[in-house]
Design a binder for this molecule. Structure first.
Ligand SMILES: Cc1ncc(COP(=O)(O)O)c(C=O)c1O
Length: 454
């Protein structure tokens, strides 16, 4: 029978990965994008290596955002791409439901090795959003396994981002992401974000503010501790503009949750794998939660993958406390996918061999000084930083929130620098392989862009 569909324009073997020939922009409905604007003004990358992207028109762009907070080891690293190729050729796919393959177990052990003591049970997902929802369900399963059936409430935080699935959306605190999707997880409440009384141009952590964590006691009193399953926070809120917590805040959340039998989840999708100069923010801050969510830097962004790391206590309670059979009714077809697991193993190997977390730690002071040197630029109303992350907040233009930073984003791209903007905040988070000279280049270029900006 004759096929009703047109033959593809090019057979897969003949795809030229770096060519725009025959590319039609209409069909891809792009995520978190002004599609109408983009398709009139496309900006595309066709290749990447180390600290740079190559654009479709052949220009080099210095990556000050590690892609989307994920390419921590730098782009196109041969150790990772070789591992991915070999894995795909050896075992393209194997289920992990009631079956297994060695790479997923190996990677789980490697991840466990760099987690805080006692956190060594690893559940694989495919993204940060899936990690958030997995962690929330794990918390509910934990209380259920203990016979604590009234704990159903999940507490998030304003200006928190935990991805776009319904669980993460519900505990997340970004109005624009939530408002259009009325149906959300029931019984969720939110803490205030940590930036209400923040000191501007503060280097590193904010000064202590006991009242912020005390709010959790107020929510506990309001709802009853016996109804609250978990509190989820990003140790440093990334997506809403680099909100650095006050001294002592995370430890106070730990103390209050422990006192009331509530699980504490750190969403480390951004802070995990070296962003603060340690394997996790938990290690950096010296505060151990019950569950950590990760994604992004786990595979250096090369293949989608996330991991949720549970304490031995959470894991054993669910697994040993359930009747014989499947203990946790949750998982994804691609949990522990062999190609992603190979990418993860090679990525963690690179972090170790090249000392990339240590490089981030060693450069943090230089990064901080370079970021704060922008304080005298036009429009800059705040600079904040921690590890290899910085947020530069601009005064909004009258009536058009976000327009000034978006113009900076476009100008930077055209000048050969990739930055990220959220509202009027520029967020920077380069690959951890960056050098001091490249840090100076980033902030030097930004200075010029800001000086020219209306
Ligand atoms: C803290 C945090 N959690 C979750 C997510 C969602 O990750 P993904 O986009 O991979 O679903 C992100 C993404 O930026 C994030 O920053």
């Amino acid at each position: 029978m004759a096929s009703q569909t047109q033959p593809p324009a090019a057979a897969p073997a003949s795809i030229d990965f770096a060519s725009m020939d025959g590319v039609d922009l209409d069909h891809f409905w792009m995520p978190f994008t002004n599609n109408r604007f983009f398709k009139q003004n496309p900006r595309l990358f066709v290749a990447a290596s180390d600290m740079h992207y190559t654009t479709a028109d052949g220009r080099q762009v210095l990556d000050a955002t590690a892609g989307l907070w994920c390419v921590n080891a730098g782009h196109g690293r041969a150790a990772i791409t070789d591992a991915v190729t070999r894995a795909a050729q050896t075992l393209d796919f194997a289920p992990t439901f009631q079956l297994g393959h060695p790479l997923a177990f190996r990677l789980a052990s490697d991840v466990a090795r760099i987690m805080p003591a006692g956190m060594d049970r690893v559940f694989f997902t495919n993204s940060g959003s899936e990690s958030a929802d997995t962690a929330l369900k794990m918390a509910l399963a934990y209380h259920h396994a203990r016979g604590d059936h009234t704990r159903f409430r999940l507490i998030g935080r304003q200006r928190g981002y935990h991805g776009t699935n319904f669980g993460g959306l519900s505990v997340g605190g970004i109005g624009g992401n939530r408002r259009r999707f009325v149906s959300q997880v029931w019984g969720v409440d939110h803490l205030s974000h940590t930036h209400g009384q923040a000191v501007r141009f503060c280097r590193g952590m904010q000064p202590g503010n006991g009242a912020l964590a005390e709010e959790l006691e107020e929510l506990v009193a309001l709802h009853g501790p016996e109804t609250i399953a978990a509190v989820i926070v990003e140790p440093v809120a990334g997506s809403t503009g680099v909100l650095v917590p006050p001294q002592g805040y995370l430890q106070a959340l730990r103390d209050i949750t422990r006192k009331h039998g509530i699980l504490l989840i750190f969403d480390e999708v951004i802070t995990g794998f070296g962003r603060l100069g340690k394997a996790t923010a938990a290690e950096y801050f010296g505060v151990t939660p019950d569950i950590i969510t990760t994604a992004k830097g786990l595979t250096n962004g090369t293949v989608p993958m996330g991991a949720v790391i549970a304490s031995r206590e959470v894991h054993d309670t669910v697994v040993n406390g359930s009747p014989e059979g499947i203990e946790f009714y949750h998982g994804y077809t691609y949990s522990g996918h062999p190609v992603a697991a190979a990418a993860g193993l090679a990525t963690l190997g690179l972090y170790r061999e090249e000392g990339l977390f240590e490089n981030a730690a060693a450069l943090a002071a230089h990064w901080e000084a370079a970021a704060h040197a922008l304080a005298d630029c036009p429009h800059v109303i705040d600079v904040r930083n921690l590890g290899l992350v910085a947020g530069i907040e601009l005064a909004p233009r009258d009536g058009t929130v976000g327009a000034r930073a978006m113009e900076a984003f476009h100008r930077a791209f055209d000048a050969g620098l990739l930055i990220r903007v959220t509202g009027d905040i520029i967020a920077l988070s380069p690959p951890l392989m960056i050098s001091a000279a490249q840090i100076d280049t980033i902030f030097g270029m930004l200075r010029e862009i800001l000086n020219d900006l209306a």
